[in-house]
Each structure stands twice: as structure tokens, then as C-alpha cells.
Design a protein around this ligand. Sequence first.
Ligand code: CP
Ligand code: NVA
Length: 304
Amino acid sequence: MKRDFLHITDFSTEEIRDTFELAAKVKRYVKEGKEDLPLKGKTMAMIFAKPSARTRVSFETGMTQLGGHAIFLGPNDIGIGKREAIKDIARVISRYDDIIMARLFDHAHILKLAEYSSVPVINGLTDLNHPCQVMADIFTILENKGSLNNLKVAFVGDSNNVANSWINLAARLPMHFVLASPCGYEPDPEILANARNTGLSTVEIVRNPVEAVKNADVIYTDVWASMGQEAEKEKRKRDFMPFQVNAELMSHAKPGVKVMHCLPVHRGDEITDEVIDSPNSIVFDEAENRMHVQKAIILKLMVG
Ligand code: CP
Ligand code: NVA
């Protein structure tokens, strides 16, 4: 039975913890210059309907480091769902390649891609979720704090795909997750209900960013207008300005609080230069860990 990684909840708590161990191991190998080529002769197809820097480069480099190869298919190459039906693309690519990573708009499209692929499919971001990002984020927190016990994460900004994946994570690992978003910008209701129903974590939605960051170990933010929401940019900027992560907000947080952002960042909007470039910021560790964690996810799907 092939496995996909479309949502964090596709992995059990144990599998998530295994992924951290594997990620730490592959990261150590890279640092020590040790070669490990379990995917020799294997190819990943990378389908991008949206732009990317980190996702493309980290997956492609990660596949090379594992002895495999990755093919980049940009928005003008496949025309997924436009030039060709998703189910046909899924079946064709499955005949050539050993694994697929896709970044698409509509989450239903990645579900369909996975349904018709006979090889594993990894979600490289949809409008609903960004699971590889949040796996890298939590691994980065574990590295920095040494433990995930009594973790409080304050997500300040838009209840977007990244926030939804954080809420999915709260259904697998115990934490206190507080989302501070303006009224009218809510996370996915099913994802929220599922996380709350597991009873594992406390998942709060608040309207006041100051309340959210009190005693938080991590302050997380992301762009106010995600890819595909460009037309709403100006309205969102007005609505989200009180949620900017700036020195004033930081003054209400613990001195050692870590600041995270999945990048790309709109400096001066969701976060100021002063904060993202401060010693509290671990955004580049976070970006680097995308590669190590994704290699671990690929290995879990392809090798077990
Ligand atoms: N964080 C992230 O996914 O970056 P890209 O959009 O550049 O891939
Ligand atoms: N929420 C952002 C994340 C980018 C990596 C977006 O979807 O554009």
C-alpha cells in the first residue's frame, strides 16, 4: 500500500517522532559530509502550480543528496487540470517516477492526484495546508529548545494554510497553540474541530495578539496575503496591521521567545526588520530544516 503525506495528520504521533529522528540523522550526515544514497536511481516529479524558492530547492537538493533525482515541472509545463485532467497526469507520472511532490491551489486537486497516483504524493503546499513546512518548524523548535514539553506557540496573523497545518500538528503532539487573527479570518473549521476533539492540545483563537504572545515559547507569523490572494492585498493589509510582529508586541513576550516565519517575508508588513533580524529569530534554521525534514518524509514514504 503506497503512503502519501498530504496532511500532518496522515502521520501518527509515533511516525512524526520517527521523522524527527530520521531528520536529525540525515542532517548530521550532510554536516559530516557522509554519503548516504538509498534513493539511487529514483526520481521525484515536482509539480508546481505556484511559485517557490525553498520548496523547490530543498526537495531537489534533498533528492540529489539521497542519490536520486528530481524533475521540476512549473506552472507552464503540465497545466494541471487545464491542459490535462489530474487523474491522467497522476497515472502517467506514476509510470515514470517513484514519488510526486506537488504545490497546487485547490486542496481537492492534490487529493485527486494522490487518489490516482500509484506512487507516494507529498503536499508541497495547497490553499488549505503546508504540512512539510510545519514539520520543519516543529523540528526546528525541538532542536532549539531540546524538548517539546509544555510548548506554547503563538501564531499571529492570517489563519492560512500554514496555520491550518499547525492546528493539525496540535492533533498529534501536545501543545498550547494560540492563533491571533482578526474576526473574519478563521482557520478551517473541520481541522479546528478535529484538533479540539482529540483533546491532546489546547487550541485557542484570540483577537488580541498581546494576549497570544504572553508566555509563548514561539511567535510565528506568515504573509497576510497568500499566493492566490493578491487581489485582497490592500484590504488585508488594513485588517492585519494591528497583528504586526514588531518591537512593541515583542515587549509583551518572554525575553528568550523564538520568532519564526516560513518565508518569503514581506518585511515591514507582518513583521518588522528589527524583529526578523533579531537574535530571537530562527527563520534561517527553519528554512534549512525544510530540506532535512523533507528527506526524512521522503524516506519514510519510500523506504519505510
Ligand atoms: N516556505 C516556503 O514554502 O517557501 P517557498 O514558497 O519559497 O517554497
Ligand atoms: N501562506 C503562504 C505560505 C508561503 C510559503 C502562501 O500560501 O503563500
